[in-house]
Structure formats: structure tokens, C-alpha cells
Design a protein around this ligand. Structure first.
Ligand code: DX5
Ligand code: ZN
Length: 219
């Protein structure tokens, strides 16, 4: 099984929404490779963040990999817009009722990598039909909608289960965690098999984001 380099993917949701380009610059200056972009519709999650126009405005300013997390009830209606805006990867949730398999396939046809996401309370078995056809699995360690929440420890078991399935079947997807990740709990996620770590609040509040970035590479 391919073992993936460990990547810290800071969430721009935790940046200064009055100057998002500043958050991108901090990531570039800290040696970050991926930026995690949290997209919210006020329906699937009780919050709104930013849309394709914001991504399109940020795209020419950076070479960062745009890891786009769609927390939308109808993601299939928006994947073209986010692909066109410059997403490199688009991840969609398993919970809402829409043609998931078809949407995952369409994301790849649009030239992006695809990902499937599940919330803390969603049984990990719900992912099984999609695992052979995804480039990334995202385990939410908080209930999506807001940054700054506390890490839900019980989700570590789900990360481990997904990692076991990945090893058993030789799947090649990256395993990502999102929500309440800090320097103190990130190693326990890495031990469960996670290789890609979303950190919003802890990245922007860190006294040395570049050192945090380097630390993650050593996990
Ligand atoms: C929740 C968001 C947050 C964000 C990370 O919908 O997806 O999890 O990315 O925020 P922190 O790191 O502040 O929990
Ligand atoms: Zn996210």
C-alpha cells in the first residue's frame, strides 16, 4: 500500500475573512502545500462561508493545492463551478440524498481529484460503496459548520477502521481529518493512519506555523 507523506492542510475558514489573501500568504510562507477550503450552504450546516468567486480570486495568487470541502445539501449542483474556480480536489458528504457515486465520477471528469466525507455520528460502513473510487476520505472530528470546536476523540476509531480497509484492499486514497486538530492530538490521528490534517484555529493561532508545518511532516 502506498504510504502518503504527512500533510498539514490549514483551513482558510479560520483566516481573516476581511483579507483571505493574507491567510494564503501565511500558508505559502510557512511551507504549506495544501489549503483546505470549507464551503458551507446554511442548509447542510448552519453557517455560510465563501463561494466559487472567492476561490477564483485566490487561485492566481498561489500554487497551493485547493482542497475544497463542500458542506452542501446539493454538492452535485456546484462541482462544475468549484472545478472551474480552480479546485484541485473536491470532497462531498455521504449524508445528503443526491447521486453520490455519479458526482464522485463527475468530479474526476472535471479534472479534479475527488473525496468522500463523513460526520462524527455517521457509521463508517456508509463509506464502503465509494472507497474503491475516491482519492481522499475525510473523517470529520467535529460536527461541521464552525471552526474552533473541540476534537471528538471517538472518531479516532473510525480513522483506524478506514485505514485498515485501505490496507486490506490496497486502496490508494489519502485519509484526512478535519476539526479541532491541534499539536496535542494530531499524533493520535497519525497513529490511526491519517496522513492529511486539516487545522484551522490551531494553525492561525500557532506561535510558529512554519515549525508546525515541519512537525507534521515528521509524524
Ligand atoms: C467545520 C470546519 C472546521 C475547519 C477546521 O465545518 O470544517 O473543522 O475546517 O477548524 P478548526 O481547526 O478550527 O476546528
Ligand atoms: Zn473542512
Amino acid at each position: 500500500m502506498e504510504s502518503y507523506s504527512k500533510i498539514l492542510a490549514p483551513s482558510l475558514l479560520a483566516g481573516d475573512h476581511g483579507n483571505l489573501a493574507e491567510g494564503i500568504r501565511l500558508m505559502d510562507d510557512s511551507g504549506i502545500e495544501w489549503v483546505h477550503l470549507d464551503i458551507m450552504d446554511g442548509h447542510f450546516v448552519p453557517n455560510l462561508s465563501f463561494g466559487p468567486q472567492t476561490l477564483a480570486a485566490l487561485r492566481p495568487r498561489t500554487k497551493l493545492f485547493f482542497d475544497t470541502h463542500l458542506m452542501l445539501d446539493n454538492p452535485h449542483k456546484y462541482i462544475e463551478a468549484f472545478a472551474k474556480a480552480g479546485s484541485d480536489l473536491i470532497s462531498i458528504h455521504v449524508e445528503p440524498d443526491y447521486p453520490i457515486a455519479e458526482t464522485l465520477k463527475r468530479i474526476r471528469e472535471l479534472g479534479c481529484k475527488n473525496g468522500i466525507v463523513l460526520n462524527p455520528k455517521t457509521p463508517v460502513a456508509s463509506l464502503l460503496p465509494f472507497l474503491p473510487d475516491v482519492d481522499l476520505v475525510l473523517v470529520m472530528s467535529v460536527q461541521p459548520g464552525f471552526g474552533g470546536q473541540s476534537f471528538q476523540k471517538h472518531t479516532i476509531e473510525k480513522m483506524r477502521q478506514i485505514h485498515d480497509w485501505r490496507k486490506q484492499h490496497g486502496y490508494r486514497f489519502r485519509l484526512e481529518v478535519d476539526g479541532g486538530i491541534t499539536r496535542d492530538n494530531i499524533a493520535s490521528c497519525a497513529q490511526a493512519g491519517v496522513d492529511t490534517f486539516v487545522a484551522g484555529t490551531s494553525f492561525f493561532k500557532d506561535k510558529d506555523p512554519a515549525a508546525f508545518t515541519r512537525f507534521v511532516k515528521t509524524l
